[in-house]
Design a protein around this ligand. Structure first.
Ligand code: S3P
Length: 169
């Protein structure tokens, strides 16, 4: 049965915090793709970007998606850019439901202000403009989720209850 719950959405939408909470409530294992990549390589995500570039990070990410998509009963948090790859969407969908968390760009800006943690945001001069540009580019990928929740004004507990109600969990 394809019963994984896969949380996707832009950086700063709360995928990891919600994933932990949801996994605990449902008694499932939680897998955070970025953390898995960091454990598998012994490097942090910013280090991988710096040493090997984004393309290599995306290859590692795809491999991690392949692995988790073989498993069941998981709550999975993807990275914000995981769904840029249609093949990743296909694999994830074959293993469960994709839930997309959305948040207003200004709130994402506040939550991701610290530099050195999100390499895709660190390059440009105007961080809010970079966030808005990437959100627009990625909209068509996030739109493929099975369910979408706006998390801007909600606590993790409220989001979790909404998801559980929607999927009768
Ligand atoms: C990325 C998001 C990050 C991480 C990497 C690239 C992106 O994950 O995978 O820095 O392209 O949006 P989070 O969304 O968990 O911050």
């Amino acid at each position: 049965m394809k019963n994984n719950l896969i949380l996707t959405g832009f950086m700063g939408t709360g995928k990891t915090s919600l994933g932990k909470l949801l996994a605990e409530k449902l008694g499932r294992c939680f897998v955070d793709l970025d953390q898995k990549i960091e454990q598998d390589t012994g490097l942090t995500v910013p280090q991988i970007f710096e040493m090997y570039g984004e393309k290599y990070f995306r290859e590692l990410e795809k491999k991690a998606v392949e692995e988790v998509s073989q498993r069941r009963n998981l709550v999975i948090a993807t990275g914000g850019g995981t769904v840029k790859n249609e093949e990743n969407i296909r694999m994830l969908k074959s293993s469960g439901m994709i839930i997309c968390l959305t948040t207003e760009p200004e709130e994402i800006f506040r939550r991701t202000e610290r530099r050195g943690e999100r390499p895709v945001l660190d390059g440009g001069e105007d961080r809010l403009a970079t966030i808005k540009k990437l959100l627009t580019e990625r909209q068509k990928f996030y739109a493929q989720a099975d369910y979408t929740v706006d998390t801007t004004d909600w606590s993790p507990l409220q989001i979790m209850n909404d998801i559980c109600k929607h999927f009768s969990l």
